[in-house]
Design a protein around this ligand. Structure first.
Ligand SMILES: [Cu+2]
Length: 504
């Protein structure tokens, strides 16, 4: 099925009709009130005792036995999940929190049999039906049209749909995300638990020998046994942060490492609004990959900032005395009145017999910074006010939005200016970009991404600052999107349409 621009308008009308049809609010999933997670006004510490053993998220079973084909079932549903000792009603894919990891290779054909088994839950405070959902494959370089990564699709309770993603042009060694993308329900469903990883395996051997783990960082606050509900526009303006912060669904899990061992960690910030300033006590971390693939060499850093939607790959070497070390998130002020918190995310525990692993000096020599004259330049101004988010003064609705028209085979520079007092992690679908410059914000974040040949699909636009990114427009036309990845901001309109047309 090919979704055209005319179809998009049709879908908009269908959605509007659906909204005004006045379906009764059955089974209010979320009740009660509650404050945003602590930390407002000052810096606080969350330092829970060491928890259960670290576990990687479960791996999604592949139903296909054909080489080059991956076929999975993904069912959105409410499941009972143990959140730090409380059995809670969490929004999941396939009863798992976080969702099962889909593993693929470049060149594969990925089929997803999707089912929306969320019950009807009435409308949220933005007026959207809570159970309306779909599937976005954040980071995949695939078509934004038809039955591929098409964020215009919407599914009601009980609907099924077969997605198909052609990974012919996909970047290898990437950590991507699957999550819902229906405007005005994204934040609530993501907050409630609907997030999983798509790992595209390496096509080179350099990192294959290292013990590898996936770390999905996610916070939540519960109200009784349910995810704390959204009760005010202010929560959408701030973005929700939870007081329970987990790695793969566990509070402060303990990960073992042998003395002298090097481990590879793929890290995803799957929180709605929480920024992590990641630091491993007494250790240097070596950044070897970002959203769009591996870097040319390891970049040693004392800490790395990871905003919602961002991913990073690091190598860590157990080069210190044998004991436990805290993997921390240090306080960071992202704006909106919070100084941030110091959080113990995970405990790294030296154990076992000594090995002598080495951090390699090169990673992927194919990674290069582009030096290209752009075909055109776009300027996007992000702002907030009156309970809404804006791009160039326009708040996204299905009928009216800011859009960029681009042509396949071209390169564009997007200058993104932040006129608000809060950082916004800017995300564009379909094509990863390189960072040309960052003004304001954390200086080590800016210097890393201005010098490394990093491919990114989320870049922090610092409060009252700006970024310039170089965006290739390659392989796929159709209606894609760009938006703030504080998902509450997307839901209140900080989103636009990227109208990618054929070659000029
Ligand atoms: Cu934002």
């Amino acid at each position: 099925m090919e979704l055209t621009r005319r179809d998009f308008v049709k879908y908009s009308i269908a959605a509007a009709t659906y909204l005004t049809a006045g379906r009764s609010a059955v089974g209010q999933m979320m009740g009660g009130g509650g404050m945003m997670g602590g930390g407002m006004g000052g810096s606080t510490t969350i330092d829970p005792p060491a928890g259960a053993a670290f576990k990687d998220p479960v791996v999604m079973p592949n139903l296909s036995t054909m080489h080059g084909s991956v076929e999975v079932n993904v069912e959105a549903k409410i499941s009972q999940i143990n959140i730090n000792g409380t059995i809670a009603d969490i929004l999941t894919y396939n009863d798992c929190y976080p969702a099962p990891t889909i593993k693929v290779n470049k060149g594969d054909n990925l089929k997803v049999h999707f089912k929306n088994s969320l019950p009807m839950m009435g409308t949220n405070i933005l007026g959207q039906h809570r159970e309306m959902t779909n599937l976005h494959t954040h980071g995949l370089h695939v078509s934004p049209s038809g039955n591929s990564d098409n964020s215009m699709l919407m599914f009601m309770s009980g609907d099924t749909f077969d997605y198909e993603f052609d990974l012919m042009n996909q970047y290898p060694s990437t950590l991507n995300i699957y999550h819902p993308h229906v405007h005005k329900t994204v934040a609530e469903q993501y907050w409630g638990g609907m997030t999983g990883a798509i790992v595209v395996e390496d096509d080179i051997d350099i990192l294959k020998g290292y013990e590898t783990h996936l770390l999905i960082l996610k916070d939540i606050a519960l109200s009784g046994t349910e995810p704390e509900p959204y009760t005010s526009t202010m929560e959408y303006m701030h973005g929700k942060e939870g007081n329970t912060v987990m790695v793969n669904g566990i509070v402060n899990p303990v990960l073992g490492i042998k003395p002298g061992q090097v481990q590879r960690w793929r890290i995803l910030n799957a929180s709605n609004a929480r920024f992590y300033k990641l630091s491993l006590e007494n250790h240097t971390m070596y950044v070897v990959g970002t959203e769009g693939g591996l870097l040319d060499k390891p970049y040693p850093v004392p800490y790395i900032l990871l905003s919602p939607g961002e991913r990073v790959e690091v190598l860590v070497k157990a080069s210190q005395a044998t004991r436990n070390y805290k993997f921390l998130s240090l306080p960071y002020n992202r704006g909106c009145g919070s100084m941030g918190q110091k959080i113990t995310l995970m405990t790294l525990s030296y154990k076992g017999s000594r090995v002598n692993d080495v951090i390699p000096s090169t990673i992927d020599p194919r990674a290069k910074r582009l030096n290209i004259t752009p075909d055109k330049t776009e300027r996007l101004v992000l702002s907030m006010g009156q309970g809404k988010g804006y791009i160039n003064g326009i708040t996204f609705t299905m009928e009216n939005y800011f859009s960029i028209q681009s042509h396949l085979g071209t390169y564009e520079v997007w200058e993104i200016v932040n006129e608000s007092g809060m950082d916004h992690p800017f995300h564009q679908h379909v094509n990863a970009c390189q960072v040309l410059s960052i003004t304001g914000g954390d200086s080590s974040y800016a210097s890393l991404y201005m010098k490394a040949p990093a491919w990114k699909d989320v870049v922090i636009v610092p409060k009252m600052g700006s970024v310039k990114i170089l965006v290739p427009v390659m392989d796929y036309d159709g209606m894609a999107m760009f938006h703030c990845h504080i998902l509450e901001h997307e839901d209140i309109g900080m989103m636009g349409i990227w109208d990618i047309m054929g070659e000029m």
